[in-house]
Design a protein around this ligand. Sequence first.
Ligand code: SUO
Ligand code: CP
Length: 315
Amino acid sequence: MKLFTSVNDVSDVQQLVAEALQLKQNPFAHKHLGENKTLCLVFLNPSLRTRISTQKAGQNLGMNVIVLNIDKEGWALELQDGVIMNGTTVEHIREAAGVMGEYSDIIGVRSFPGLKNREEDYSEMIFNKFVEFCKVPVVSLESATRHPLQSLADLVTIEELKTNDRPKVVLTWAPHIKPLPQAVPNSFAEWMCKGDVDFVIAQPAGYELSKEFTNGATITHNQDEAIKDADFIYVKNWSAYEPYGKILPGNEDWMLTLDKLKEAPTAKVMHCLPVRRDLELSSEILDSDRSVVIHEAGNRVWAAQAVLKQMLEAL
Ligand SMILES: NCCC[C@H](NC(=O)CCC(=O)O)C(=O)O
Ligand SMILES: NC(=O)OP(=O)(O)O
């Protein structure tokens, strides 16, 4: 694998999930694969899980790992072409990415959307510039429209915890005070639509995701109906795709509570984290054995390690 930005970069999803679960059993089985290879993880936005789990994954494979919080520690980056740089930006992404490529065998990039200009965000302008100018394999650490390492870890978690061959998986919208990206739900939907699951999206009217990610999903505005008899409930807020990046009024009653889970007596509750307690998801669920969010975050290591292993094998 030379590029990991979406499920479409994976030749065999089931095999990648199986590989992640094998690595979980035997984390150091390939510790010579990454010997004398450098992984550079570049963050334009904050991170806890992606940063530490991908660093650990690289180290388990024997790689040298460099983390750069470029938003805080680097020179201010110019991302647009054709501008005279006489303002606050100091270094163009063309030079910055090119130089980082000189020091790295694989680069990871996190770049959130601005949520102002849909066309720019959905063209993955920033992420694609890194790919173009660094000239080494690139793994997405969450881009403007997708979070594939998260979705792979989610699929690994479902595979591990499922109690029937074709689980019912429900992605449900949750309230928030800020407009958040569509990257996590887009990506989760895209991976679930390729998996062996019954996939339902429950969201208030107006929060439809871009159709390119939800082909194969059942979409409903009725949360109670969607949740009924679910095996997994994936909770996530996202801002509207149309009008882009906006929060629509109302919908506070969409927060998942234990009471709502009565119709899904064995459902496990997932969230990519970070989660705002009692706004997006009730603490009574997070503190109960219904929640698998910590287990799910733990699986981020094995998802990242499976992807890095395939990238190292292709170097
Ligand atoms: N990497 C995981 C999710 C990142 C991001 N959440 C956030 O920005 C939370 C911000 C806040 O709660 O203020 C999102 O939803 O896409
Ligand atoms: N879920 C996730 O990507 O978390 P971080 O933003 O902390 O990396």
